[in-house]
Each structure stands twice: as C-alpha cells, then as structure tokens.
Write a protein that binds this ligand. Structure first.
Ligand code: IMP
Length: 427
C-alpha cells in the first residue's frame, strides 16, 4: 500500500493528529492538503506535548518528508512561528516542503473573518477567526496571493495592490475600519517570502515521484467530513474539502494514485462552533465527558460541544470518502460510564432515516434513534490488544463495525503514541 488518505469522519478534532503521528512512523512522506491554521493537532511524544497547526505532525519523526501542499492556506507568520517552535525543541525542519501554489492568509482576511462573523450576529458560523474563509474566497475569486508570489517582488506588488484596493474599499466603506497600509504589508510579506523560500517547491512533483517510487505517502486531512464545504452541514462548515477527494486536488495527484482512505472518529462525538448536532448531550454526562476528554479547542480554547456517537454520520462519512476502515480514538474517555448510546438512525417527520439527510433543514429537525449498550468500569489505557479489553468495550467496537459497515482498524486508548491498539495494518 503506497498512498493512504486519513480524514476526519465527524466534525473535526477526532484525534487525527495522534493517528497520523502514529502512522507517520511507517510513512516516507506526509502531506497536508487543505485547511489552514484553523486546524490544531496535539501530539504527545514521550510525555512532551506538541501543538501543531500547519506543519504535518510527521515532522516529529527524524526521516519523514513533510509537505504543505497547494490546497492549504498559509498564514506565513504562524508557519514561521511554528518552524521556530519546532526548531526550539530540537526538531529538524529541513524536511519541510511548501507548495508555491498554496494561498496566503493575509491580515485583511482575519479582519474580514471577524467583521463578517460580527455582522452575522446569532446566525454566525462560529469560525476560528483565522481568516480561512476569506482566504479561500479570494482564491475562488482569483484575487488571492500565493506563496510563490511572495518570492517575486514585482508579482507581489502587483497582486497585493489589486487585492488591497478592493479590501480597503470594503473595510473602510462598509465597516468604517482603518485601511491596511500597502507599504507595511508589502515589506512584511516580502520578508516572510524570503524566510520561507528555502522550503518552497513544486510539491506535486515531489508527491507524485514518491508514489511512483513506491514510497509510503500519507495524506493528512484537517477538520472533518461534516465540515466539508460540499458534503458537510452547510453553512456551518469550513471553506475547504476535508473529504478524501480534497487530497487529490489539494496535493496535485490523480485520484487513481490513492490506494485507500481511512476515517478517524472519536468513540463519541464533538463539535466546535455553531450548527445542528442531533446527538448533543447538554446534560451532566456531556459535561463529564468534556472534562474527562479535555474537550477544549487546540486552536481557540473554546469548549467543545459533546454528544453520543452518531453512526448515521459515520455511515455518511464512509460513503462520501470511500472509507476502508475506521480509527476509533479516545475510547478510554468513556471508562466508567454506566451505559453508552449510539445513534443508529434518525426520525424525521414520523419516518425512520438510515441515510444522512440531504437538506440542512431536515438535519436540523431529526431526532436520533439510539441503541443503548452497557459501559465498562476498568481503565483501559494500558491495554494494547483488542482481546485484553473488557467485554463491553469490545462489544462497543463490534457494534460500531456493524452499524457503520466498515472495520475498526485502530483504537486509541490514550494520548501517547504507544497508547494504541492496532487491529489491521493500514499501510
Ligand atoms: P473556519 O474554518 O475558521 O472558517 O470555521 C468554520 C467552522 O469550522 C467552524 O464551526 C469552526 O469551529 C470549524 N473548524 C474549523 N477548523 C476546525 C478544526 O480543526 N476542528 C474543528 N472544527 C473546526
């Protein structure tokens, strides 16, 4: 198996960082292909915690080549800070490659993100306020600035002056906000370009060559299926494609080059930001799971909304991503709960739905139909084999496989790399 995509099967924060980190050991190349520093991955190595937003977590292994591909939007300041942070921890960052085609998140994007959210009032999306949506808007509107532009003073002058004319017009006229200074942005971003230039490359060539050589390439999705701009719970979504198809476009590889896709799902469900969430637990059990699981955003620190596992969502994720299997994370967080629930279908207008509804208004009005399973008492963090798990934990995994219809390939029972039970080989 050469090229494998790992995607979030829920609303992001599924623990992809840990799973990707675990799989990176066997990977030659790890590729990030969408999203930006709205993502946050926490990886724990020998009790040392690393929080990464842009650099693939594969960088923590000494030999892995790490690629930030064309589909990512990059805030250069955040990336340079992250590089410095990694170097400060003794990590060799010379194995990082950045696509010259990746779009740049500019300060006016973050400003527009904030004013747009404020204007939406109680209709707000609950974005991470990192300027991700406005950066992808500029990409689609063909007024974006790309990493390669930062290395060419004339190109940058031209593209920035066009973009800024429009942005300053909107910011001053519609919102009464101070305009951005061209000179300041130009000098700052030219400087960022110089600092990043050593990492910039044609990453599509690098990734395709690696696949053709039979190397193991891991595509690391950010966010999750339900935040996909097409397949997620629109409009409460991000502005990129966290689903598997996004890997092909976002890295410049043909879909035929990808061998398999795996999904990552928590053993329960969380969501940050606004939007419908049928299995949400607004009670003491939800609060309890939030505290045990430290369910607070890596990027924004916001408390995550918590709910029971939703198998309708997972079946949908299996379909739109073509999942070959599921990595189930944070099973240990459920230790000690007397009983657990899995939503196996929804009720909508008196009908039983087994497929995820096609419209946002239907999804807003569904009621989950639950199956209740017994919990387990003992802490499972030290187990490394499926057969060692308590019967009820094994039964819970069996039910996930049965109701989602795909095998569980990996189970995470703690924060460390070693806290992992491998059921099937991924590569
Ligand atoms: P944006 O990506 O900042 O535009 O935010 C859009 C929606 O996606 C909001 O609901 C965010 O909370 C959510 N979101 C963005 N990135 C992540 C992530 O990495 N994990 C979980 N939710 C995210």
């Amino acid at each position: 198996m050469s090229a494998v995509v790992v995607v979030g099967a829920q609303w992001g924060d599924e623990g992809k960082g840990k799973v990707v980190d675990f799989l990176s050991e066997a990977a030659d190349v790890v590729v990030r292909h969408q999203g930006g520093n709205n993502a946050g991955h926490t990886v724990v190595v020998n009790e040392r915690e690393f929080k990464l937003h842009l650099v693939p977590s594969g960088i923590l292994y000494p030999k892995t080549l790490c690629v930030i591909a064309n589909g990512v939007v990059i805030d250069p300041k955040v990336l340079l800070d992250e590089i410095a942070y990694l170097q400060g921890h003794g990590v060799d960052v010379s194995r990082l490659r950045i696509s010259s085609k990746a779009h740049v998140v500019m300060p006016y994007h973050a400003k527009l993100d904030a004013v747009n959210e404020e204007r939406r009032g109680d209709q707000k999306i609950g974005t991470t306020l990192r300027g991700i949506g406005p950066a992808y808007m500029d990409k689609a509107a063909r007024v974006g600035i790309r990493v390669g532009d930062l290395m060419h003073p004339d190109e940058l002058r031209d593209r920035l002056s066009r973009a800024l004319e429009e942005k300053n017009h909107v910011l001053t006229k519609a919102y009464g906000i101070e305009p951005f200074s061209f000179d300041e942005l130009y000098t700052t971003f030219l400087d960022y370009g110089q600092k990043l230039s050593q990492y910039v490359a044609d990453t599509s060539v690098i990734v395709n060559d690696a696949i053709n050589r039979g190397e193991r390439v891991l595509f690391e999705g950010a966010q999750g299926t339900m935040l996909d701009i097409d397949h997620g719970t629109y409009p409460f979504v991000t502005s990129s494609h966290p689903t598997a198809g996004g890997a092909a476009i976002g890295a410049g590889v043909g879909p035929t080059q990808i061998d398999r896709v795996y999904g990552v799902a928590k053993a329960y469900t969380t969501r940050v930001g606004d939007g419908p969430f049928p299995t949400e637990l607004s009670d003491a059990t939800g609060a309890d799971i939030r505290e045990r699981g430290h369910e607070y955003g890596t990027t924004t620190g916001r408390p995550r909304r918590v709910g029971w596992l939703d198998a309708v969502v997972l079946r949908y994720a299996a379909r739109v991503n073509g999942l070959a299997g599921l990595a189930v994370t944070r099973l240990d967080v459920l230790d000690g709960l007397p009983s657990l629930r899995i939503a196996t279908a929804y009720e909508y207008q008196g009908e039983r739905l087994t497929e995820f509804p096609d419209t946002a208004w239907a999804f807003r009005h569904v009621t989950p139909i639950y199956e209740t399973l017994p919990g387990w008492d003992e802490p499972i963090g030290s187990y490394r084999k499926r057969e060692d798990l308590p019967t009820n934990a094994r039964h819970y995994l069996d039910r996930i496989e049965a109701v989602v219809g795909i095998p569980v390939v990996l189970v995470s029972v703690g924060r460390e790399r070693s806290h992992t039970i491998v059921l099937h080989d991924v590569f």
